[in-house]
Design a protein around this ligand. Structure first.
Ligand code: C5P
Length: 228
C-alpha cells in the first residue's frame, strides 16, 4: 500500500508518545507530537501574562495574538528526536512542566487555537508517512487515517508513570498533584464542545495498564504491518 497515516489518540499519559516515536522510527515515518503544540501555546500565554493569578485565561487577548505564535519542530541530533521551538526559542523542557500541564486543557478548548494547530498538523501530515499522537487525530485532523489507535490505562497507572517521569526531570511534585492533573485534563479534554477526546468509531482500543513496552510495540507494529 505504501505510506499510510497512523493516528494515536487517548487519555493523558497513556504512553502514546513513547509508542508513536518508536513506531515512526521503525517505519521511517515522521512523528508529530501534537500535545507539544498545545503546550507551547500555553507557555506563550503564561509568558505574556495572558493567564491571571486566579487562573483565568484572557481568551480574547490570546486569540488576538495568535498570529504571533510561531511554532516549529527542530530535530535534535543528541536525542534523535525533535524539540519544540516557540518563536525561535527551544521550549522542549519548559512545556513538559506542571506549570504548563495545569493550563493546557483550558487553552486547548479554545476554538481559534485548535483551528490554527489543526491546520498546521494537516499540512505536516499531508504526504502521509506520519505517526501523529494527540486527542483528535483520528476524529478531526485525519479522519481517513488508515490506522487509528485509542490508548487507555487506569488513571493510577498513568499518574504513576507521569510522576516517575517528572521526578527524573527533577520537578518537585507530589503523586496526588499528578493524579489530579491527569484526571482534570481527561475531564476537560473529554467534555469540551470542540473536538472532544473520544474514540473514533474505527479506532482500535488499546488498554496498556498491564502491558510492558515491548509487548505493546510488537502488537501495534503488527497492526501497522497488516495495513501497510
Ligand atoms: O499529549 P499531551 O498530554 O502532551 O497533551 C497536552 C494537552 O494538550 C492535552 O491534555 C489536551 O488538552 C491538549 N491536546 C489536545 N489535542 C491534541 C493534543 C493535545 O487538545 N491533539
Amino acid at each position: 500500500m505504501g505510506k499510510i497515516t497512523i493516528a494515536i489518540d487517548g487519555y493523558s499519559s497513556t504512553g502514546k508518545s513513547t509508542i508513536a516515536k518508536r513506531l515512526a522510527a521503525s517505519l521511517q515515518y515522521i512523528y508529530v507530537d501534537t500535545g507539544a503544540m498545545y503546550r507551547a501555546v500555553t507557555l506563550y500565554a503564561l509568558n505574556q501574562g495572558l493567564i491571571t493569578e486566579a487562573g483565568e485565561v484572557k481568551q480574547a487577548d490570546l486569540i488576538a495574538q495568535l498570529s504571533e505564535v510561531k511554532l516549529k519542530f527542530v530535530p535534535n541530533r543528541e536525542t534523535g528526536r525533535s524539540d519544540m521551538f516557540l518563536n525561535n526559542v527551544n521550549v522542549e523542557q519548559e512545556i513538559r512542566k506542571m506549570r504548563v500541564s495545569g493550563f493546557v486543557s483550558q487553552i486547548a478548548a479554545i476554538k481559534e487555537v485548535r483551528e490554527k494547530l489543526v491546520k498546521m498538523q494537516q499540512e505536516m501530515g499531508k504526504d502521509k508517512g506520519v505517526v501523529m499522537d494527540g486527542r483528535d487525530i483520528g476524529t478531526v485532523v485525519f479522519p481517513n487515517a488508515e490506522l487509528k489507535l485509542f490508548m487507555t490505562a487506569s488513571p493510577e497507572t498513568r499518574a504513576t508513570r507521569r510522576y516517575k517521569e517528572l521526578l527524573v526531570k527533577g520537578e518537585e511534585v507530589t503523586y496526588a498533584e499528578v493524579l489530579k492533573n491527569v484526571e482534570d485534563r481527561d475531564r476537560i479534554d473529554s467534555t469540551r464542545s470542540i473536538s472532544p477526546l473520544t474514540k473514533a468509531k474505527d479506532a482500535i482500543e488499546f488498554d496498556n495498564s498491564d502491558m510492558g513496552l515491548e509487548e505493546q510495540f510488537d502488537r501495534i507494529y503488527s497492526y501497522a504491518q497488516r495495513v501497510i
